[in-house]
Design a protein around this ligand. Sequence first.
Ligand code: F0G
Length: 361
Amino acid sequence: TDGPDRGVWRYREGLPFDLGVTLPEGDTPLHRVPRIEEAVGVDALRFKHEGMNPTGSFKDRGMTVGVRVAKELGVGALACASTGNTSAALAAYGGRGGMQTLVLLPEGKVAAGKIAQASLHGARILEVDGNFDACLDIVQELAARGEAYLLNSLNPFRLEGQKTIGFEILEEFYADYGVFPDRIVLPVGNAGNTSALYKGFRELVQSGALDPDEVPKLTGVQAEGAAPMVEAVEEGNDEIRRWEDVETRATAIRIGNPVNAPKALPGIRNTGGTAVAVSDPEITAAQRHLASEGVGVEPASAASLAGLKKLRREGVVDDDERVVCLTTGHLLKDPDAAYEAGGDPEPVPNDADAVVDHLHD
Ligand code: F0G
């Protein structure tokens, strides 16, 4: 099933190659969650669950293309800075491509599942005494000195693969509704996805496949403790002010210097979208809400629903809108956050009577 008619490579006409280093990736579900749709109060709500990719996040869509390009260039070593998911995907796809992988992670701020993946897939893992932005500064320097080929979302080929998220959303939503969604709500870290979706939609408009007024409003969500994009959108700035101190339990988006902002800000503005910041308790509540309906996502992914709820409360999103939220990573990526949000198991004696008593206490 590595053929070109599945997932990301089904869109090969819009990609730089016909085939990639594939596991395969894409073809993720577009979940209908009627009770959440009802609670949020919009005409239609869908969740594009990118946590269902091979390594559990949307990064796989970028890596299948990026690692293919690296192969074409004949490089032997790949590197990235990461809040976790990119490192897991790089390790898996690099391994599959027969290349060495090096990842730089912010010490103490990467969820357990992600480090486990990077480790087992064979990456050399460096823990940096600094945040993600510092890791990205260093790895760019390593790439400039020829130590490795950079596969962060600064690499434009990564974003080529991630464009296909937007293509799948439009196709699947249209098949259901006969129209395209009005809005796509997505978590923002480095703003790679926001840039990728905007590029993909622009290409569809240029090719005549999509009317300019049919492009969904790109709506970014950040955590309050790491919201430089929201600041730039609210203040109407063309540039990002780098936040040196960032904090959120959604560690995947614990980023103070979104390097793709120059491409993502026009995407948000020109589509009529916006950006909003949500608190950690709002993120946890949204994560629980999705989980109660069977959709397991990591905290950063739940930010999309938390942001949509906030924009509904503020009246920015209308009740007649058709919305797709992007959930970017799987629940199992961050088991500690899941325990914290879900509650601990209850210890009971090895005895049926005692268990019944416990249940009725
Ligand atoms: N959601 C998850 C689960 C992520 O892992 C990331 C980014 C984002 C959202 C933000 O996406 O950067 O395109 O705006 N994770 C990167 C990493 C930084 O290293 O795994 P973005």
